[in-house]
Ligand binder design. Structure first.
Ligand code: FAD
Ligand code: MLT
Ligand code: ZN
Length: 470
């Protein structure tokens, strides 16, 4: 269902709720809401509505529901699976104005945040209380708390704190018909029925509009040590990752960049990797850099001895290592991981596949996936990186000259993942991009249960109709 029923009367009704300035219909202004971050997914909309709080969101939804107008909820529009843009002409409900950070509850170590608060603003807000948000990711300046819950975002600290769902201790949301459901007390023990926070986490805007979130917070870990390690093979990197997970109690992040992605980000930054070297002897022989790991330890007291000892114990698994303690030096190491997404985006429009493998199949996958891709599209270039500590590999694929690769690449890679017992979406969600492959990971009975939940909460199918559910 599209937003075909929109007319001047409806626009007038919405303007009375949110103010004329926050109902956008001019295509030049709405253009910023219809293309996703990757530029792969572009749609159109007759209407963007920007409510300012929960009551306005509820009133807007009851007007849109009465007119049977389909809606795409949108936060920072940094999602990577085409779920945040109106691909079927839906109205866009932009949640960015719900940006209130309530005072930190110091006794409970929790905070309630508006759905439109950016991660960076949330981090700054709670840092004043010497606390931190459990999820961190490179899109922090734009990604919103509501969008992060809706996608169950992962990021670089999942191995320590879990993904976004694990941070949620309370939720407020508006259902498709405008009903408000609110459960924000944040009691750590609360077995009073279904957990709507858990249900909405990862629901990708299909079950309700998240308006406020209560997050559990964590003590800051200000003392940090970061190592960049180079490996001759993916198998060595996987073995080292397993060893570091066992030996470093303060392990905070364990990230990987594989050779093609390291070559691209190095050239994007104009810097050679500080350890290991890129294969470039003209014959394609590598002299040391097949994979790199970034391992970061973080604690209240200096963790550098703990990390240093663990790195030494890796012995000849590692080709070369650099350890940094000062923020600027650590940031120089992190730049080779944090800028990969931007480097790929500067090179073209990739297909972004975001998968988890069982630990025992990880190296086989990273070694084998290039052949799977080039068998379908011989000119496609795979770029691998990700959160190795979680078994999560980002397989980005560019076509020649930065064009998109053949569409069939996606299915081939995701079938390969499923055959190995992996997940076709580790952290970005299903969105539109992976809708056709959801059956690889979910049985018919599971999909029927998903459909029943959707129909119970959104019987007219108004919320994000092109996303998640086949
Ligand atoms: P949007 O992109 O606006 O929306 C995403 C989905 O959530 C859509 O389906 C939308 O309809 C829905 N939605 C948004 N707000 C609401 C709401 N209030 N209520 C209901 N539904 C809503 N993701 C990771 O998991 N880990 C990473 O490490 C990571 N790194 C990234 C790095 C870069 C440089 C970029 C560009 C993206 C990265 N992402 C990562 C992806 C993205 O940042 C996350 O998916 C993030 O959670 C999206 O938040 P958002 O506010 O931008 O949501
Ligand atoms: C990352 O880990 O950098 C993100 O998930 C973004 C991406 O996959 O490009
Ligand atoms: Zn990621």
């Amino acid at each position: 269902m599209s937003a075909g029923a929109i007319d001047a009367t409806l626009v007038g009704e919405l303007s009375r709720i949110v103010g004329e300035a926050h109902v956008l219909t001019d295509p030049e202004i709405t253009a910023g809401y219809v293309v996703d971050w990757t530029r792969r997914f572009a749609g159109s909309t007759p209407l963007v509505v920007r409510p300012g709080d929960t009551a306005e969101t509820a009133a807007v939804m009851s007007v849109l529901a009465a007119a049977r107008v389909a809606v795409v909820p949108q936060g920072g529009n940094t999602g990577l699976v085409g779920g945040s843009v109106p691909l079927g002409g839906e109205a866009v409900l932009s949640m960015r104005r719900l940006n209130v950070c309530e005072p930190v509850d110091e006794l409970a170590t929790q905070v309630t945040l508006g759905a439109g608060v950016t991660l960076a603003d949330a981090q700054a807000h709670v840092a004043a209380s010497d606390l931190s948000v459990g999820v961190d990711l490179a899109a922090r300046d734009s990604a919103t708390i509501g969008g992060m819950v809706a996608t169950n975002a992962g990021g670089i600290n999942v191995l320590r704190y879990g993904a976004m769902r694990a941070q949620v201790v309370g939720i407020e949301a508006v259902l498709a018909d405008g009903t408000v459901v609110s459960h924000l007390a944040g009691l750590e023990k609360d077995n009073t029925g279904y957990d709507l926070g858990s249900l909405l986490a990862g629901s990708e805007g299909t079950l309700g509009i998240i308006t406020r979130v209560r997050l559990r917070l964590h003590p800051t870990q200000p003392e940090r040590a970061t190592a960049l390690l180079a490996f001759e093979s993916a198998a060595d990197a996987v073995r080292a990752a397993a060893a570091l997970r066992r030996s470093v109690a303060s392990l905070h992040a364990l990230e990987a960049v594989f050779e093609g992605a390291m070559a691209l980000v190095s050239s994007h930054l104009g810097l050679a990797p500080p350890v290991g070297s890129l294969a470039n002897d003209g014959a394609g022989n590598s002299d040391g850099g097949a994979a790199w790991l970034i391992a970061e330890a973080a604690a209240r007291t200096d963790p550098s001895d703990e990390l240093g000892t663990a790195v030494t114990e890796l012995d000849d698994l590692v080709v070369d290592a650099a350890v940094a303690l000062e923020p600027a030096a650590r940031q120089r190491l992190w730049a080779f991981r944090e800028n990969v997404t931007e480097a790929i985006s500067a090179a073209g429009i990739p297909h972004k596949l975001d998968v988890t493998l069982p630990a025992a199949r990880l190296a086989e996958f990273t070694d084998g996936v290039e052949a799977v891709i080039t068998a379908v599209d011989p000119e496609a270039q795979p770029l691998l990186f990700g959160h190795l500590g979680d078994g999560n590999v980002h397989v980005n694929v560019l076509g020649p000259g930065g064009a998109e690769p053949a569409d069939e690449v996606d299915g081939a890679v995701l079938r390969y993942v499923a055959e190995m017992g992996g997940s076709i979406s580790a952290e970005h969600g299903i969105g539109t991009a992976k809708l056709a492959e959801l059956h690889l990971n979910r049985t018919e009975a599971e999909l029927a249960a998903f459909g029943a939940i959707k129909r119970a909460l959104d019987p007219a199918g108004l919320l994000n109709p092109n996303v998640l559910l086949p």
